[in-house]
Design a binder for this molecule. Structure first.
Ligand SMILES: [Zn+2]
Length: 342
């Protein structure tokens, strides 16, 4: 069911409503999922809080004879604004709605939306920018990265969740919470154990591999998750893929792009993609020391806009740090820049 006025689309697959609403960035739309479980209505993700987006969601709900008051639970997959941005509004419209998110997502939301932490947030972003300068970006690019990390939280609003979940928790008797760090530190997938359906958020998408990059994390949280290797995010991401593969899901409902009816095959494709990228990067730096930034330019081209060149750099970096942890690449420092080679 396509609504031309508001540019959203609603489909029903195996009793699950997919509500696709357009968003103003490259992935084009975000899908929220709505389904009934033991007479309770569950919504996966809240969508974003920009412009008329909320109106579109309410209009879409109306088209399928729902109102926001009918929603009993809203489960947030991760911290990004197209998934969590609307949660305060939903709670305000329906205080009975139970909001559920992972512990890390909650801590990050609380931290990033508190103005008192702006200084620390800037400092953490500055540290990341300084590190990225060593990887080859310019002073100005570094400044813009600090701006980027301090700009996005403006689209977030704090809402205390009714339920805070951890890896392996089961809610409503059959929805298992799978912590899948990689795309975002607190990212979760929701697995319906009975139907073997997986709501994958941005962890597994049908056509692209999700961005894997740096997380800005406050010190207290980094301390709490000390065992987590923040330098090797690709390792966590790949381990998170294996975690999902073991569950043997029947259908994957992702937050962007198409529904995935061949989960195992898609997981293999994504793993293959990373394997190939690891090999490609290795061949570029064979006896040819280069900065991560230069490698990203060779790999993805030099005419990318600011946002995409940053994404390209963090993608390459994710792979380099993965190779470094396995001692498959070496580094030398030259004029304050870190060069990778093998
Ligand atoms: Zn997303």
């Amino acid at each position: 069911m396509f609504n031309a006025k508001f540019n959203y689309d609603i489909n029903k697959i195996e009793g699950i409503y997919q509500i696709k609403i357009d968003i103003p960035w490259a992935v084009k739309f975000v899908s929220l999922y709505l389904f009934e479980l033991d007479e309770l209505n569950i919504l996966i993700d809240s969508g974003l809080n920009i412009g008329t987006w909320q109106k579109k969601l309410f209009s879409a709900l109306k088209d399928i004879n729902f109102t926001i008051q009918d929603i009993d639970y809203c489960i947030i997959t991760h911290m990004h604004t197209d998934h969590i941005g609307n949660c305060l509004n939903l709670k305000q419209k329906n205080p009975e709605l139970k909001l559920l998110m992972h512990d890390i997502t909650h801590e990050l939301l609380k931290w990033e939306t508190n103005d008192e932490n702006l200084k620390e947030l800037k400092q953490e972003a500055r540290e990341i920018a300084n590190q990225l300068k060593k990887y080859g970006i310019s002073e100005e690019q570094g400044n813009r990265i600090v701006q980027f990390f301090t700009y996005w939280p403006r689209f977030l609003q704090y809402q205390y969740p009714d339920i805070i979940v951890h890896d392996g928790d089961t809610v409503l008797d059959r929805l298992e919470i799978i912590w899948t760090p990689g795309h975002s530190f607190g990212h979760i997938c929701v697995f319906d154990k009975k139907e073997k359906y997986l709501f994958s958020g941005d962890h597994i998408l049908s056509r692209i591999t999700p961005h894997i990059g740096n997380f800005v994390v406050p010190e207290y949280l980094a301390e709490e998750y000390k065992g987590y290797d923040f330098d090797n995010i690709l390792k966590h991401y790949l381990a998170s893929l294996d975690k999902i593969d073991k569950l043997n899901p029947k259908i994957i409902f992702p937050a962007h792009q198409e529904i995935i009816f061949n989960p195992h095959e898609r997981i293999l494709q994504i793993k293959e993609h990373h394997k190939n990228r690891l090999a490609e990067i290795s061949s570029v730096i064979k006896d040819n020391p280069l900065t991560a930034y230069r490698i990203s330019q060779i790999h993805f081209g030099e005419d990318l806009d600011e946002m995409n060149s940053y994404m390209a750099l963090s993608e390459v970096l994710g792979h380099l740090l993965y190779l470094e942890a396995q001692e498959k690449v070496k580094t030398i420092e030259k004029n304050g820049k870190l060069l990778y080679y093998c």
